[in-house]
Design a protein around this ligand. Sequence first.
Ligand code: COA
Length: 170
Amino acid sequence: MATYSMLDTLRDGRRVETRALQPDDQAGFAHAISRASSQSLYRRFFVFKRYVSEAEIASFVNVDFVNHVALIAVMNEGGRPVIVGGARYVVSKPSQAEVAFAVVDAYQGQGIGTILMRHLGAIARQAGINELVADVLPENIPMLRVFERSGFSPTTKRGLGIVQVTLKLL
Ligand SMILES: CC(C)(COP(=O)(O)OP(=O)(O)OC[C@H]1O[C@@H](n2cnc3c(N)ncnc32)[C@H](O)[C@@H]1OP(=O)(O)O)[C@@H](O)C(=O)NCCC(=O)NCCS
């Protein structure tokens, strides 16, 4: 799966590649994070972060594609491939994994989160994962919409300031 690469076309005809995150993506990954708004970082990490440290970025890029699977969405920007989003899962219990997503603000609302969900769901299913779970802020409608449209019939449980979403893959 570390060689995963798929092409999709957005509604406006632009192409997006969804591929496995590689160790040499660290600089591109850091650049993508630097472009994210504080609201997006808060929705992803649940704390206000002014920046994400190099050590954190290194840990995001250090994935084994078994217990920690990470995909990135790459698009052409001025003739160069740039990372515009990412999605990952981390196996938390046998056959269950936690998922998280982030798309660079300028690229949100164009279907990239939905595309990442489709690919990550397919990989998880193939790996024998039965359930994907995510903690989402209740006001995070775009994330909840991505899960609703995933085809995996999400169930939600409300906690204190958090919605826990469960997707059944099997
Ligand atoms: C959540 C996130 C990953 C979704 O990615 P995306 O590429 O924007 O998602 P998509 O474009 O595939 O779909 C978003 C859906 O939400 C809808 N949407 C977007 N903004 C919305 C808003 N403010 N209110 C209601 N719906 C909204 C879109 O219209 C779309 O639904 P539709 O296709 O039915 O129209 C992205 O918004 C993001 O990175 N957010 C910040 C980080 C984050 O929240 N991470 C989640 C932690 S688990």
